[in-house]
Design a protein around this ligand. Structure first.
Ligand SMILES: Nc1ncnc2c1ncn2[C@@H]1O[C@H](COP(=O)(O)OP(=O)(O)OP(=O)(O)O)[C@@H](O)[C@H]1O
Length: 305
């Protein structure tokens, strides 16, 4: 999984002069992954997707798709390998699924009529293929939108909040479909979402964005591990060596000195107070305490409630 299907470097973008909407974004989507792009509302997910697809012009930085820098020359070639569902699909409501697919197939090159029936099967709409789209549920419309983007057999599919507005049954169907596409056809899938639980259930990789900046990027397995591990923090004091020997009494397992800063790992936030109390009792001055890996607050902003 070392090949990157999407890679951005130092990507910057602003809608207006006085605010950076995307800042130095380094996105890395491995081939064959289901990559969850997670962030609260307004964090910059849709903007990033538009930048990746060349629908917005970046201020600086690079975007590479399938290892090729995305520019005027490579744009069409590269976009042929990408399918997307980035807004509610525009469908002809008075027509059935087959006719909607035929119209979309006509806009593209070399799509066989058998492919229309294949994609209907993939998204589980074969039984509803003759029904008019206006009789479809939102979930069925989303799946038809996905079927349209599958017509050209894309290697990468980009889905912007694909489960938004769906009922629980629709959410499960979309989740299953995404996993199947990835497993059966090896399609790399990039999904944006504001829900951590959704990403944890569906994705192999995750990137967390807030205020246009990437805060965390790794596998979902590592993310789960990070959530459970201890809190790492560092303290700046006036007398670090004395500080270290005083703290030995607290029997903290992970403690070290780095560049004059005391590095500590504890199991709960309360232990930070204990550390401060012990140092102050011994008249050691504390200049700053900074938490290094606390994802807790970040996760809270990404949960349903
Ligand atoms: N067309 C626009 N003009 C000006 N500012 C915009 C525009 N679209 C988005 N923004 C701003 O850019 C920032 C990122 O928005 P964006 O829509 O990319 O976030 P998002 O993570 O996709 O959120 P949501 O899930 O709510 O769509 C926000 O501050 C938003 O207000």
């Amino acid at each position: 999984m070392n090949q990157l299907v999407v890679e951005t470097k130092n990507l910057n973008f602003s809608y207006s002069k006085n605010k950076k909407d995307i800042e130095d974004l380094e996105l890395r989507v491995p081939k064959g992954s289901i990559y969850g792009f997670l962030g609260p509302n307004g964090s910059g997910k849709s903007t990033t997707i538009r930048l990746i697809l060349g629908l917005l012009k970046k201020n600086s930085g690079t975007v590479a798709l399938f290892g090729e820098l995305f520019n005027g020359q490579s744009r069409l070639k590269v976009l042929n390998k990408v399918g997307g569902l980035i807004e509610n699909p525009s469908l002809y409501e008075h027509l059935n699924a087959i006719d909607n697919l035929k119209i979309s197939a006509n806009y593209r090159q070399k799509i066989s009529s058998s492919r229309i029936f294949e994609v209907l099967e993939i998204v589980n709409l074969t039984n509803a293929k003759n029904k008019r789209v206006k009789e479809y549920s939102l979930g069925m419309k989303q799946r038809l939108g996905l079927a349209i983007s599958l017509l050209s057999n894309p290697e990468l599919i980009i889905l912007d909040e694909p489960t938004n507005g769906l009922d629980p049954k629709g959410i499960i169907e979309m989740r299953t479909l995404i996993k199947d596409l990835n497993k059966k056809f090896g399609t790399t899938i990039f999904i944006s979402s504001h829900l951590l639980s959704e990403i944890e259930k569906t994705c192999t990789h995750v990137g967390i964005i807030r205020n246009g900046k990437m805060l965390y990027q790794d596998t979902v397995a590592s993310l789960k591990e990070s959530k459970e591990t201890n809190i790492k923090f560092e303290i700046e004091v006036d007398k670090p060596i004395e500080g270290m020997s005083v703290l030995k009494n607290l029997k903290i397992e992970n403690i070290s000195l780095l560049d004059g800063f005391i590095q500590i790992e504890v199991k709960s936030k309360n232990e930070i107070t204990d550390v401060i109390d012990v140092l102050r009792t011994d008249r050691i001055n504390i200049y700053q305490v900074s938490i290094k890996n606390n994802l807790e607050e970040l996760f809270l902003s990404l949960t349903e409630n």
